[in-house]
Write a new protein. Structure first.
Length: 279
């Protein structure tokens, strides 16, 4: 059966409209009346987290970083191949490419749908936008910190010197602090758990496993992975507040607590997928 005249034009005009709306909702002025309460509550949590983990980072630098190197297997050990595969799941570029692909799939599918099916899919798209930016923002901050701090990776320079710094060096050998993989893993874990709290235990296991893999592979010191986790969580928290202040994916209670809005269920998404593929 031939397509109705003008259907392609309608699809592409809808695609442009969906794209414009998705961008506009991200940059519009915040409208939630409780956003200041949420900001104050988040600021308290950030200060507490920074104080606790900041103290832990300093303690690790002086008390554990040098010792921990000797506990790990030699770099390049053949039996570590499963750890080398595992650690790739925390690479920011890979995670963001997957999220970008999912966002594109939503963008190109939504114009073909109507009614509740489109609303459900766009609701999922808003949540994917949140996860994407919750990973991207701390990743960019982490890259900047790597450049400023310039800490040498384990054994750079021929010995396990944990205070080997070359500030503003910009080389991969001096990009140990903070860990980019731990940053990405904990940002992703926070973002997914913020939307779907029932996934929190599994996401925590994922984040810890990625952080541990960086130690086993002698890519980072323990203080590096703790710093990466700190940057990842704080960055994801900032993005969550940005979305909540614009009533995107989150609600704010009277005490400033940010809670996820009810989202598309698995059954709803299956029906959307079926509607998209139906003749």
């Amino acid at each position: 059966m031939s397509a109705p005249a003008g259907s392609s034009a309608n699809y592409f005009s809808d695609l442009v409209a969906v794209t414009r709306r998705s961008i506009a909702q991200l940059v519009r002025s915040p409208s939630h009346s409780r956003r200041a309460d949420a900001a104050r509550r988040s600021a308290r949590h950030v200060l507490q987290l920074t104080a606790i983990l900041g103290a832990a980072i300093i303690a690790l630098m002086y008390l554990l970083d040098a010792t921990e190197i000797g506990w790990m297997p030699k770099r390049g050990t053949p039996s570590l191949w499963p750890i080398r595969i595992l650690t790739e799941f925390g690479k920011s570029a890979y995670v963001m490419w997957v999220l970008a692909g999912l966002l594109l799939a939503v963008a190109f599918t939504a114009p073909a749908l109507r009614g509740q099916a489109r609303s459900l899919l766009l609701g999922l798209g808003t949540r994917l936008q949140f996860i994407f930016f919750a990973v991207m923002v701390p990743a960019l901050v982490g890259d900047f910190l790597k450049w400023v701090v310039g800490r040498g990776r384990p054994f750079v320079g021929g010995e396990g010197n944990v205070f080997n710094f070359r500030h503003f060096g910009g080389s991969e050998a001096f990009a140990s602090f903070p860990s980019g993989h731990a940053n990405t893993a904990f940002a992703l874990a926070f973002a997914v758990s913020a939307l779907w709290p029932q996934a929190r235990p599994w996401m925590l296991v994922y984040a810890v496993a990625i952080a541990f893999s960086r130690l086993v592979l002698l890519a980072h010191h323990p203080s590096d992975v703790v710093a990466g986790a700190l940057v990842g969580v704080i960055g994801a928290m900032a993005v969550r507040h940005w979305f909540a202040a614009r009533r995107l994916g989150f609600a704010i209670r009277g005490d400033g607590t940010i809670l996820p809005l009810p989202g598309p269920s698995l059954g709803h998404l299956k029906r959307v997928a079926g509607g998209a593929s139906a003749p």
